[in-house]
Design a binder for this molecule. Structure first.
Ligand code: SAM
Length: 293
């Protein structure tokens, strides 16, 4: 079975559509860390190395990953006979009161698979399942089992990012994907991330830069460019993606899907272009190269 799989979750701000661009920038490493794991789409998409650490401050998300890692069959059993309907979504969202970690994982998994864009901030968690575009419940067990396999041996924690970055072993590689600087991402996540957090992140990466390698992704704006003027390289990246009608509440027409453009900065503290030379340049990445110094 291929080690490179899709995340078990749908996740707002997830890097699923940019994964090819990101994978090209990864240096050789044997310890991989995501301090802001979310749906961990890069961890699931990449080749698994010897040691791995996924962290996110969102406790229910990590509880669901721990359940998938350690109790996949129990989770599958608790989902048995489940249907993806608006009524069940409303039930899990408003009525179901989990009493155990397994029940918390069940609720999280069900809502994540059936909500618009996988948004799990309950104020914006709406029904958003479409049988044509979303993974059907009969396929959930397979998804859980293959994710469980990949998660074996992976460290899963719910710390603040600063604690993680200060404690990763020397020579670790970190894929760092914080909430965007421009705040409209706040509605997606349970925990808000303010300006001070962005500065904290910059400081802790700077303080550890000589002992780790990192790839940081951000929305492109002058403050971020200025904050990271000490980093080695800054690349402007663009990719296309489509959101299917059933997963796009703004689009009420019969069109198949809406096209969007993802645009971000990849900030690295090492020469990631070497990697691209190794893996080829089919995406014309060198054209968008921007060197600060
Ligand atoms: C952009 S998302 C990560 C998406 C992920 N890369 C993916 O592909 O699905 C940012 C994540 O940061 C988490 N987060 C917010 N504040 C945090 C903090 N102080 N420490 C650790 N994680 C935090 C959020 O819960 C959210 O899951």
């Amino acid at each position: 079975m291929s080690q490179e799989i899709n995340s078990p979750f749908r996740y707002a701000g997830g890097k699923f559509y940019a994964r090819k661009l990101i994978l090209e920038h990864l240096p050789e490493h044997s310890y991989y860390v995501e301090p802001f794991a979310g749906g961990a789409s890069i961890f699931f998409a990449k080749f698994k190395v010897e040691r791995n650490w996924l962290n996110d401050i969102e406790k229910d998300l990590i509880n669901c990953l721990i359940t998938i890692r350690d109790y996949p069959n129990q989770l599958i059993k608790s989902l048995e006979g489940e249907e993806a309907t608006k009524e069940r979504h409303a039930y899990y969202k408003n009525e179901f009161k989990p009493k155990t970690d397994l029940e918390r994982a069940l609720r999280w998994f069900y809502l994540n698979r059936t909500s618009y864009s996988g948004i799990m901030n309950m104020q914006n968690c709406y029904w958003g399942y479409g049988p044509k575009y979303s993974m059907r419940p009969e396929n959930w067990p397979r998804n859980i089992l293959r994710s469980s396999k990949k998660l074996q041996g992976v460290k899963l924690t719910t710390n603040d990012f600063e604690e993680v970055i200060n404690n990763v072993p020397d020579n670790s590689f970190l894929f760092v994907d914080p909430p965007y600087y421009n705040a409209d991402q706040e509605k997606f996540y349970v925990h808000s991330f303010n300006k001070e957090d962005h500065y904290r992140l910059c400081n802790v990466l700077n303080a550890n830069t000589n002992r780790i390698k990192f790839l940081l992704t951000y929305d492109d704006n002058p403050t971020i460019r200025e904050l990271y003027d000490w980093a080695h390289n800054l690349h402007e990246k663009e990719w296309n993606y489509t959101i299917n009608r059933t997963d796009d509440q703004k689009n009420g027409s019969n069109k198949k899907g809406s096209r969007y453009k993802g645009r971000e900065l990849f900030i690295v503290n090492f020469d990631s272009l070497k990697q691209i030379e190794l893996f080829g340049d089919e995406l014309n990445i060198n054209k968008t190269r921007k060197k600060f110094f």
